[in-house]
Design a protein around this ligand. Structure first.
Ligand SMILES: [Zn+2]
Length: 262
């Protein structure tokens, strides 16, 4: 009888020990599973953020020079249709003539910058009137919109006209200068049938749109530019571009001289 009692007590103790051990190990398994689950959750989340890092939004700035003009309202209609904004570099005399269009551009969230008064190479660069003309243009824009912009687009581009001396003046005046990364060459196709000009302009833009940040030069004073615009927008969208307008708070330097003061 004693032996049986001892055996039963020993059995009870060993069962108790086993059940305690089993409890511990099952807890460990659970926590290990928890860890695995957590790890899985991270593993699922990680590739998304990596993807976002390796494929940042490609940004394109559509810019229109020389306006406003008789085709500008069509350009604005197309931009509205696609819910996108653009940047307009206006000539002072044209802004005076089409004040309502300059106001509409600003009201619709487009940026309006300066493109000089005369658009004359000799006057701007040889006679050195660049800053004077941009300041006059700036005053005209301010009178029309209440906004004093700082960004100019140099007629014919900053190279070679905007020499060191003129760039010093631009920097001292607190103005900024933007050239472009893609020239649509839309002005070249005046009096060419749309059947030829439109595909050429579209090709000029889309074939060069390969970078993460592109600034496209167009003109809102030519009918062929308006005709090409919807296909250009669609093509850029298909290439993954997001459309933005110039923002003074997020200025980045873009001039052919690589002068980062401008
Ligand atoms: Zn121009």
């Amino acid at each position: 009888m004693r032996i049986w009692k001892i055996i039963i007590v020993l059995l009870a103790i060993s069962v108790a020990i086993l059940s305690i051990l089993a409890g511990c190990s099952s807890k460990q398994t659970t926590s290990a599973q928890d860890k695995k689950e957590n790890h899985k959750a991270h593993a699922v989340a990680a590739p998304v953020s990596q993807e976002q890092k390796s494929q940042p939004n490609k940004i394109v700035y559509l810019t229109f020079d020389d306006g406003p003009g008789e085709y500008t309202s069509q350009v604005l209609d197309i931009l509205n249709q696609y819910h996108i904004k653009a940047t307009f570099f206006v000539l002072g005399p044209h802004a005076e003539k089409y004040k309502n269009l300059v106001q509409q551009e600003v009201q619709e969230g487009d940026y309006v910058g300066m493109h000089s008064m005369t658009h004359n190479y000799k006057t701007l660069y040889v006679q050195g009137q660049f800053v004077n003309e941009m300041k006059t243009d700036q005053q005209i824009i301010q009178q029309i919109t209440g906004i004093q912009p700082i960004l100019c687009r140099p007629p014919y581009g900053s190279m070679p006209g905007l020499n060191q001396k003129l760039r010093d003046q631009v920097a001292a005046a607190g103005l900024k200068v933007w050239d472009w990364t893609i020239d649509s060459l839309d002005w070249k196709y005046n009096k060419v049938p749309f059947s030829k000009s439109v595909p050429a302009i579209v090709h000029n833009v889309l074939s060069h749109a390969n970078g993460n940040r592109e600034v496209v030069l167009m003109h809102d004073i030519h009918p062929q530019s308006v005709q090409a615009l919807p296909t250009i927008i669609q093509g850029l969208k298909e290439k993954g571009y997001v459309f933005e307008t110039y923002n003074e708070q997020e200025h980045f330097s873009l001039n052919f001289w690589h002068d980062n003061r401008l």
